[in-house]
Ligand binder design. Structure first.
Ligand code: SAM
Length: 218
């Protein structure tokens, strides 16, 4: 993927081709990923590698996730146009921007204030008016906006956090990587039922850990 000799338009076509070949087949998700340019969410040294199917470093020692994993997680979330979605782990804002194309309303929470500031500026520039980035410890969810139709966590938790389970509507879906931070984790789909939760293991993934509290510079 991403041959630097290719024109930007060809690089983007290859980007979409790779997504499809890795199992991202939902036309709505592919449409959102075609529209939201990952190149705008990767800055500095790694800018030229934005269309590679790989995680890349961003500010605050964090990463923008691998595009095919973003696509597969978004697909598994089964977002509808009336849904209110919570993302925990804003990072670059890329995942939240994609969700903004599919949902009615998106809230994204990040523990690093600098990442939130940069993301807010980018959302304004792109005129994404249905997505709000907030600084906070997302493991507590966002009680003031709960309950949510969909919740996506883009950092690995040891277990699906209790407050997030509590803020999911009945019939709602949460996608969360679960496992020890230094090991390969499992991507889990949690569905809230009338009388409990259904857990389905989707695939192995590797994410940075879900940490407590705010980032140091906040
Ligand atoms: N979704 C992001 C994107 O599209 O660029 C990538 C997320 S990155 C893999 C994980 C992010 O989760 C990091 O930015 C990290 O600071 C954040 N994070 C970790 N623990 C958190 C917490 N308790 N609350 C909010 N954000 C957290």
């Amino acid at each position: 993927m991403n041959d630097p000799a290719l024109e930007p338009q060809e690089q983007k076509m290859q980007f979409l081709y790779t997504l499809r070949s890795k199992g991202v087949t939902d036309p709505q998700v592919l449409g959102a990923m075609e529209k939201i340019d990952r190149g705008l969410f990767v800055r500095g040294t790694f800018e030229g590698r934005a269309y590679e199917d790989t995680p890349l470093p961003i500010a605050c020692g964090q990463t923008i996730s691998q595009p095919s994993v973003v696509g597969l997680m978004t697909q598994a979330l089964q977002v509808g146009p009336r849904d209110k979605v919570l993302e925990v782990g804003t990072g670059s804002g890329y995942q939240a921007a994609i969700l903004s194309q599919l949902a009615r309303r998106v809230y994204t929470v990040e523990r690093h204030r600098r990442l939130v500031r940069e993301t807010q500026a980018l959302f304004e520039r792109l005129d994404l008016t249905n997505v709000t980035a907030l600084t906070g410890d997302g493991s507590h969810g966002l009680p003031e906006q709960a309950p949510f139709d969909r919740i996506i966590v883009t950092a690995a938790a040891e277990d699906p956090p209790g407050p997030l389970l509590a803020q999911l509507k009945i019939g709602g879906i949460m996608i969360v990587p679960v496992g020890q931070s230094d090991a390969v984790q499992s991507l889990i789909k949690v569905t809230r039922l009338e009388d409990g939760f259904d857990y389905e293991e989707l695939r192995p993934v590797r994410f940075v850990p879900l940490l407590e509290g705010l980032g140091k510079e906040a």
